[in-house]
Structures are given as C-alpha cells and as structure tokens.
Design a protein around this ligand. Structure first.
Ligand code: HEC
Length: 302
C-alpha cells in the first residue's frame, strides 16, 4: 500500500514538473514558431511574393541577386544567406578563413595550464557546449553566458578574468564554437524568472531606440532581405549560430555581445556594457529564436 502511494506521489510529481516546464516556455515557443514561419515564407520566393515582402526592391535585382528558397538551416549565413553578391565574395574570403589563426590560438589557450597546473578542460571536460548558452541558471537566478563561464573557470583556478567581447576571451569562445559545430541550439526556459528574462529581452528587441527611433525588429525582421546602402540586412533568425565572428572591420574576433552592443550604438543609443543584464537578456531572447538550428561558428563578416 505504502509502496503504491509513494509511486503515485512520485508519478504525480514528475508530471507536475513536466507541465510546469512546458508552461514556462509556452509563450516563447509561440513567438519562435511565428518567427521561423515569417522568415521561411518571406524567403520562399521573393520574386513571386514581391508585393507582400519586397515591394521596393527592383524586380531585376530580386531575380539576379536573391538566393531562394531558403530553408531553416540556411539562415545560419546571416547577411550572406540571401544576398548572392555577398555570399560569393565571402566564399572566396573563406578559402583561407581569417578566423582560423585566432581559433588555433583559442585551442592553445584552452590547453595551456593555468598557474595551478589545471586547464580549461577541468571546467569543460566536453568542450561541445555552446548550444546551451546563454542559459538561465536557476540557482544563481541569472543568465550565464559562455563568456562568463570561461571567466569563471579562470577565477576558480586563481587566474584573472579576461576582458569581454574580444581578444583572448573571444578566441577561447571561438574554439568552443568550433567544437560545438553541428550541435543544435537548445535554449531552455526553466522557471518563471527565466520567462521574465526572455520577455525583457524580447521587449528590447522590439523597442524603438536612438535618434532614429528604430528597433532591431525594424532592420532584422521587417527589412531583413533588403539593403541599407552596401549592407545586406541579415535575418534575426539564425543570427547567433555563427558567433563569434571575425570582422574585417574589427581585424579580429568579436563575440555575440560585442556585435549586439555595436548595433545598439549604431542606432544612436548609449552602448550597453558587456554582460550587463539588458544585453544578456537580448542575447537570451535572440538565441532562443534560433532554437533547433545547428551551430556553425565562427564565420567571417564585413
Ligand atoms: C538601422 C538598421 C539596424 C538596426 C536598428 C539594428 N541593426 Fe543589427 N545590423 C545592421 C547592419 C547593417 C548589420 C550588418 C549587416 C547584417 O548582418 O545585417 C547588422 C548586423 C547585426 C548582427 C550580425 C549578424 C551576422 O550574421 O553577422 C546582429 C546579430 C545584429 N545586427 C543584431 C541587432 C540587434 C539585436 C539589434 C537591436 C538592438 C540591431 N541589430 C539593430 C543594421 C541594424
């Protein structure tokens, strides 16, 4: 009898957890599906659907320069996914990928012993982990990014943390990215506070900002697949799969947060600090939107 009772309680506990777990990401899943659906439809046939999505793009350009139909995974290529001239240009550049040397440096740093004799491997025995970042740590009640994880590994091993966004930190992250290639992004929303963090990130994405009073959504959803001068605007779907990126403009690697902070600044807003709560929330939202997509980073950009 007692055994049976324990079993019933145990089973009901398990099912309650499952119901709750499903609930916390219900809204996010709804958002994500709509997001994916929008991009797949938009890039299914830009020529046939010109009136709906690209009314101001010359037909000649749509026919000549647009790559379509784009499938889910194709969005990993960001601005290169749909715009043939950029895709061809960067295919050539990536014959000798400029990120290769920094990735090698990252591998060396990863395996180089700290002063205490241990290496990063003591924290990351399996380096194929990028698909789970950023994640919501329910015990700490905050978003943990992969950059934070790298620095926390250093600190518990008695080393100084690295500067965020670029340099050695970006190199170690790039090495972890290479090791995680092909893994599907798997961001979870484990509790109510995580759902709140997701919502906060979403709000930032849709918020008009800067002197242009323009939102991320305006450029990377509504105008994704159009050009601003010589820049092909990238779809927000897949926008985190190829990070960190080697940018020719930077002459080096930069992390997702470095890129996001740059885009915020370019709209005329104050540049957010690396690992600040809003920037992490924005990254959490944006990465969730690409759940299920295979990682591919690093890649090269303008
Ligand atoms: C005025 C238009 C504009 C706004 C607003 C804008 N961006 Fe961008 N963003 C660009 C341009 C141009 C690029 C470079 C080409 C590209 O990748 O789209 C870029 C690049 C990016 C990239 C790199 C994509 C890749 O694959 O390399 C990310 C990620 C990004 N933006 C995120 C954001 C986020 C998040 C916001 C809101 C805080 C934002 N952007 C706001 C214009 C904009």
């Amino acid at each position: 009898m007692l055994k049976k009772l324990i079993k019933i309680v145990a089973v009901s506990m398990i099912s309650t957890t499952i119901v709750f777990a499903a609930n916390f990401n219900a809204q996010a899943e709804k958002d994500r599906k709509a997001f994916v659906d929008y991009f797949l439809k938009k890039f299914e046939n830009p020529v046939a659907n010109r009136d709906k999505y690209f009314p101001y793009v010359p037909l000649k350009e749509l026919k000549k320069d647009y790559i379509y139909p784009l499938k889910f995974q194709d969005f990993q290529d960001g601005p290169l996914s749909w715009y043939r001239p950029s895709k061809e240009q960067f295919a050539e550049i990536n014959d000798f990928p400029p990120y290769e040397i920094p990735v090698d440096d990252g591998e060396e740093l990863f395996n180089k012993p700290f002063a205490n004799g241990k290496t990063y491997a003591s924290c990351f025995p399996n380096p194929a982990i990028k698909q789970n970042y950023p994640y919501y740590d329910v015990h700490r009640d905050e978003i943990v990014t992969i950059g934070m994880a790298v620095n926390e590994c250093r600190v518990i091993n008695g080393e100084k943390p690295l500067k965020y966004g670029k340099g050695d930190l970006a190199k170690v992250v790039a090495y972890l990215a290479v090791k995680s290639r092909g893994k599907k992004i798997d961001i979870k929303i484990p509790n109510e506070n995580a759902a709140k963090a997701y919502e906060a990130g979403k709000k930032l994405f849709y918020k008009q900002r800067g002197y242009l009073a323009i939102s991320c959504n305006e450029c990377h959803v509504k105008s994704a697949g159009k050009r601003i001068r010589a820049e092909a605007l990238s779809p927000a779907l897949g926008a985190t799969t190829q990070m960190p990126v080697y940018r020719i403009k930077w002459g080096g690697l930069g992390t997702l947060q470095r890129r996001l902070a740059g885009c915020v600044k370019d709209t005329g807003s104050e540049k957010p600090k690396m690992q600040s709560k809003p920037l992490k929330e924005l990254a959490y939202f944006l990465t969730y939107m690409s759940n299920g997509m295979k990682l591919f980073g690093p890649d090269t950009r303008k």
